[in-house]
Write a new protein. Structure first.
Length: 167
């Protein structure tokens, strides 16, 4: 994919971020099955995920987009079933990492910017903490969207912190 940096340089950047900004959330965009991707390169992706422990990642299977450099220069030569398997492996690993990152918040109070009602209920608010983690908690009369609230995290899923407002 024409990366202009090495694995070592990237790992050093991850280390620097974690050293300079402890608790900083790190995310990534990951494409499975880019043209000519080998099984070894896919394993390299999985191992860098192990190293980075991304808080979240946007994962995609490569698909040719007309007019892009990749479409003009490279043949889409990774079979769809291989792309699907690799994407599933990436997705599974990211779910595990996301869950582990969010589990660190359970039992703690986080500051949340309330964005609005949750997708599932108008009896719950949703918002994000400083690490961009989604937080869901019961609506109270003391706060409203656009305000901050201190939320005690009681539990989590791989994508969401679940708690209650501390008043």
């Amino acid at each position: 994919m024409n990366r202009t940096y090495t694995r070592e340089w990237y790992m050093n950047r991850i280390d620097a971020i974690r050293r300079i900004i402890p608790g900083c959330a790190i995310s990534a965009d990951i494409i499975a099955g880019f043209c000519t991707e080998t099984e070894e390169e896919h394993q390299d992706t999985l191992s860098i995920m192990d190293y980075a422990r991304y808080n979240f990642a946007y994962t995609f299977s490569y698909s040719e987009r007309p007019g892009t450099l990749a479409a003009r220069k490279y043949k889409d030569d990774v079979p769809e079933e291989v792309k699907a398997r690799r994407l599933a492996e990436i997705f599974k690993k990211q779910q595990e990492d996301s869950l582990a990152c969010l589990e660190d918040f359970v039992g703690k109070t986080v500051k949340v910017l309330i964005e609005g009602f949750s997708k599932k209920s108008d009896k719950e608010y949703r918002g994000r903490n400083d690490e961009n983690a989604m937080v869901v908690f019961p609506v109270t009369a003391t706060v409203k969207p656009g305000q901050y609230a201190n939320v005690y995290v009681e539990r989590c899923t791989s994508a969401t912190l679940i708690g209650k407002i501390i008043e």
